[in-house]
Design a protein. Structure first.
Length: 482
């Protein structure tokens, strides 16, 4: 008989035990994380201790990301593993979990009383309009709390340096999200999250504000956005939908300031979000500061990549008509054909629904905390319509554009603001075979003129001091008190 129970001594764990010889291995296997048990036994009985936390890429041990995990018990050849008895839902401090047969379901540490529409509405009423004074604090959120990265992270780091006494809250989907040193994690939907968002004097976000939100008097929202657009956004998306228009205008009215990487992006974002009469700061992307002064040595080491390996970063954007990352590339075949290590970086919107890509010399970095560090570590970028192209060009390194669905994407899904093929600072290819040939035959001189024109247009303010300028304006305008 196989038994299981949760334990919180020394941290949340799942303890599985049974009779007979000790298993060859006991593991929890999820889409983005894996845990191997420490096993012990006497020959007649055995016990496996599975910590419900994991470390990736040399980072700190953090609670497992929310999701489902297969409990895999491998016995000696010919022996069948018995599924343990179910264990009911339990609050385990940094997470909550339940075991049903061989499936472990992990969730964020939200009190079940609040994990419902009614519970969230009650918290909204309690905190969104509370009359208490605003707190001299900053509420940060990046990609709906899926990670702590992008422009908000760079602003956080500069703000921590210049105003160390200011409290910095980070919105996270669960406690598996690594946050900056000295910051305070608030789990999305928790009472602490509602309180922090409703009382912080300054909010710094890079996407829409979720749930109900109304700025209180004295609150300021700085919308950093998350990239220069090639694909059409908001009011410019194909097809006229009154409900979409109303939602876009309602959202943009929540913002006080909009950050743009360059004058082109300022013009597009201002019109796409009907943000024409309020401040747009054209200061470059703070997230790109590191690209002018950093190197990829530490990131390569964390990913287990030798200094002399060629690294290709494959980073396509998401598709409106699918939840998972596109499968236009076989990363293992690409690695072999180009004698490279291939890093696979799915869009943040594919993080929860997808699974890590696997294969020789393939590293799935969709869950890696900071894209900018990956751009430093890569020798070349392979993308399609992602705004990462406007960031990677800061490095001056080669770019390749794999666009097998360009007609569908341009004509039906989104549409473009300019002709990518005419202006791309690198080869535009339609098949994986063409991509391999382009990578093998890479000649930087062939695209040197286009690359220079591209950088002149899109990277004039990416000089390594964008975060300094943005935080300077935040402090000069008194958005927070130092």
């Amino acid at each position: 008989m196989t038994d299981a129970r949760f334990c919180t001594d020394g941290g949340a764990t799942l303890i599985v035990s049974g009779a007979g010889p000790m298993p060859v291995s006991v593991e929890l296997v999820g889409s983005r994380a894996r845990v191997v048990a420490a096993t012990s036994g006497s020959g007649k009985t055995w016990t496996a201790v599975l910590p419900l936390r994991a470390s990736r890429w040399g980072g700190a041990e953090l609670p497992l990301p929310a999701g489902e995990y297969d409990l895999r018990i491998e016995l000696a050849a010919g022996a069948a593993a018995e599924a343990p008895a179910s264990v009911p839902l339990a609050q385990l401090g940094s997470l909550r979990a339940e075991l049903s047969s061989s499936t472990l379901t992990v969730g964020p540490p939200i009190d079940p009383a609040y994990d419902s529409g009614e519970g969230q509405a009650a918290l909204d009423r309690r905190y969104a309009t509370r009359p208490a004074a605003l707190e001299n604090a900053v509420f940060f959120e990046s990609f709906y709390g899926r990670n702590a990265s992008c422009n908000p992270l760079a602003i956080d780091r500069e703000l921590a340096r210049r105003a160390p006494g200011v409290t910095r809250y980070w919105s996270v989907v669960d406690l598996s999200v690594q946050i900056p040193e000295g910051a305070v994690a608030v789990v999305d939907g928790s009472p602490e999250w509602w309180r922090a968002r409703g009382s912080a004097r300054l909010l710094v976000v890079n996407d829409w504000l979720r749930r109900t939100f109304a700025r209180r008097p004295g609150q300021v929202v700085v919308q950093t956005w998350h990239g220069t657009p090639l694909k059409r956004l908001a009011l410019h998306r194909p097809g006229f939908h009154p409900r979409r228009m109303a939602a876009v205008i309602k959202e943009s009215r929540r913002w006080n300031v909009l950050l743009a990487q360059n004058p082109y992006a300022a013009r597009i974002l201002g019109k796409a979000y009907a943000f024409l009469s309020r401040p747009i700061w054209v200061e470059g992307h703070p997230r790109n500061d590191i690209l002018t002064v950093g190197d990829g040595v530490a990131t390569r080491a964390a990913l287990g990549i030798a200094p002399d390996e060629r690294v290709l970063l494959y980073a396509p954007t998401w598709r409106d008509d699918r939840t998972e990352m596109v499968d236009f590339v076989d990363p293992a075949a690409l690695a072999e054909a180009t004698d490279s290590v291939v890093l696979v970086r799915g869009h943040s919107r594919t993080l929860l629904s997808g699974r890590d890509a696997e294969g020789p010399r393939v590293v799935d970095v969709t869950g890696f905390p900071d894209t900018s560090q990956l751009l430093l570590a890569a020798d070349a970028l392979i993308t399609d319509y992602s705004s990462v192209m406007f960031d990677f060009s800061v490095t001056g390194k080669p770019m390749f554009f794999l666009v097998p669905d360009i007609e569908h994407y341009r004509g039906q899904l989104r549409g473009f603001y300019f002709d990518l093929a005419a202006h791309a600072p690198g080869p535009v290819v339609r098949t994986e075979a063409e991509l391999v040939a382009a990578v093998r035959d890479d000649d930087p001189a062939a695209f040197a003129a286009k690359y220079t024109q591209w950088r002149d247009k899109f990277n004039p303010r990416d000089d390594g001091r964008a975060a300094e300028r943005v935080v300077g304006r935040i402090l000069d305008q008194g958005f927070i008190q130092v």
